[in-house]
Design a protein around this ligand. Sequence first.
Ligand SMILES: [Zn+2]
Length: 268
Amino acid sequence: MELKRKNLINQLVDFIAEDFMDGNQMSLTRIARYEDVNYYFDNYEDAFDGMLLYDNKDFHIHINLDSGNTETSKRGRFTLAHELGHYFLDEHRLGLKYGLLEPHASFHNLNQKSLIEIEADYFAGCLLMPQHKFRKHSGGKKFSLDTIINLSKSFQASVPSTIIRFAEIGTHEICAVVSKDGIVQWYAKSNDFPNWTHRFKKGERLPANTVVGEYFTMPNRKFTEIEKVDADSWFLPPKDDNRAYRQMYEQCYYSDSYGYVVSLLWFD
Ligand SMILES: [Zn+2]
C-alpha cells in the first residue's frame, strides 16, 4: 500500500474520530448509526467474519457471531471497523454501489493479499487506534509486551492489530513475528528497526535458537517474561553494524483461543 494512500486514510479517520470516541474507545456502532448503515450481529456459521452489502437503497453490514465477532469482542470490533472501511473508502463503497465490485466475504486474517482487504484492514487499525491518541498513550522509553497489552485494552483492539499499529506509529523500534505451529505467518517491523537479513521467512520454520523456536520444539518452554536473546539468533547483522551489539530482547504473547504466538523483539 502506498504512503499517499495511508496518509489519506489516516486523515479520513482523524476526521471521523473526533466525534465518536469515548475516551480511547471508538464507538463503531455509533458511527454506523450516524451514517445510516444497518448492522446485524448474527449467526452465519463459517461463511465470513463480516460482509458489506448494498441493496439498491441502503448499506448493510453483517457480522458473524459464530466466529467470535460480538459487538464488544476485540475481534468483532476489528471486523466491524474493517467493513466500515469498505463503506468509508470511496472506491470500495462506489464499487459496491455500482456493481464494479462484487460483495465479498471478509475474513479476519492480518496476512491479507488483495488490495481492498489490505486497505480495509489498514482503515480498521487506524479507526480503532487514531494516530494522535495512540501515540500519546504509547508509553515512555521503556518497552515490553505490557506496552502492547495496555494499548490493546485501552483501545479495545486485538493484540495483532495493536502490534501492527505500534510498528507503524509507535514510540519504540520493534519487530514482531507471528507464528503458528512453529511456522512464520507474518511479521511487522518499525521503520527504525535495522533492516538486516532475517533468519526467518513467511511460511517457513522459526529459527530454533529463539524463545518461540524453543517453545515449539522443546517441552515445558512456555516463557512469558522478557528474555535476553542474541540478535544473531533472529538476524544476520553485518559485522560492522554497531546496532547489533546492543542487547536484544524477546517476549512472547500466546493466544490460547486462536493458537498463534507473537514474538516481540526490541533493544534497550
Ligand atoms: Zn473485506
